[in-house]
Design a protein around this ligand. Structure first.
Ligand SMILES: C[S@@+](CC[C@H](N)C(=O)[O-])C[C@H]1O[C@@H](n2cnc3c(N)ncnc32)[C@H](O)[C@@H]1O
Length: 287
């Protein structure tokens, strides 16, 4: 992965309000209520759902073995989406100590690389992922003080000292974890953060195009009410509402200080397709 600044920074445009989320929600939930009669849904017990969670590690590792660092693009828009980082740095300019940022579920570094490019003079980076292949690729870049293999669902986070972190980036990570595991994963992270530290969150929102595709294709629907799905490659994909997210974060010691549904419309003119993506951007502060 190449360093992306400063040339690309000028080209970054941050899209977040291409359409009204409330209108989209109304339209898509109406469509869904018509579809529901035609869906004969298989029921998965919690044990079966946990098995799906278990096999995800192998699937992600296989994914990175096949795709290396070529699948996801660097998320150059993040420092624009979360201008809080810039503000925090400005406010702390006079301090000598470095800031610590931990990217949980880092993959090969598409989040951490652009943040490192921009903030490495004042920040130190930790990263983990449960895919050995992904961590190896990230470690090769030599931008992290620590990049380690870790299944966040299992065991303690002993690799990081308590109360160490100023920022945690949780970018398309929590959606890969079964919701019944969310509280303990969030709790583990909370322990490692300073009071007042922030989780920067971006992930799939309810009624995103990807969720509607599972439903339209009647494939991979694990629990429709809880919006849990399984992709063809056996990885898990959960979708969030802001309410649910704020609730689970709140129960584990975080206050929501910023939240929005980001709505992005992509057009494929050749195929006459309009694709409506919905993501949630939020910032949670440790109390
Ligand atoms: C969609 S990728 C996002 C990667 C990265 N955050 C980014 O911005 O591109 C989700 C990542 O979460 C990792 N992951 C999923 N479940 C995990 C778990 N239980 N523990 C650690 N990492 C996990 C996957 O291996 C994958 O790299």
């Amino acid at each position: 992965m190449e360093s992306t600044l400063p040339k690309e920074e000028k080209q970054v445009q941050y899209f977040s309000k291409d359409f009204e989320y409330e209108d989209h929600l109304k339209q898509e939930s109406e469509k869904l209520s018509h579809l529901l009669d035609k869906l004969s849904l298989k029921e998965y017990s919690l044990d079966q759902q946990m098995e799906i969670q278990q096999i995800a590690q192998e699937s992600w590792d296989e994914f990175y073995k096949n795709n290396q660092d070529k699948f996801f693009k660097n998320r150059n828009y993040l420092s624009f989406a979360f201008d809080l980082i810039t503000k925090h740095i400005e406010d702390n300019q006079d301090k000598e100590e470095k800031l610590y940022l931990f990217e949980v579920g880092s993959g090969t570094g598409n989040t951490i690389v652009p943040l490192h490019d921009k903030y490495n003079s004042v920040m130190r980076f930790y990263a983990c992922d449960f895919s050995q292949n992904a961590v190896q690729l990230l470690d090769n870049l030599k931008i992290c003080e620590k990049a380690f293999v870790k299944d966040m669902v299992k065991g303690d986070l002993v690799e990081i000292d308590d109360d160490k972190l100023d920022f945690v980036t949780m970018i398309f990570f929590l959606s890969a974890i079964h919701p019944s595991e969310h509280p303990q994963v969030i709790n583990k992270i909370a322990q490692k953060m300073k009071k007042g530290g922030s989780i920067l969150f971006r992930d799939y929102g309810a009624y995103d195009l990807a969720m509607m595709r599972f439903i339209n294709k009647k494939k991979g629907i694990i629990d429709l009410d809880k919006m849990i799905f399984q992709r063809g490659d056996k990885t898990l994909a959960c979708f969030f509402t802001i309410e649910k997210l704020v609730e689970v974060m709140g129960q584990n010691g975080f206050e929501c200080v910023q939240q929005e549904y980001c709505t992005i419309e992509n057009k494929n003119i050749k195929r006459n397709l309009v694709m409506r993506r919905v993501f949630i951007n939020a910032i949670f502060q440790k109390q």
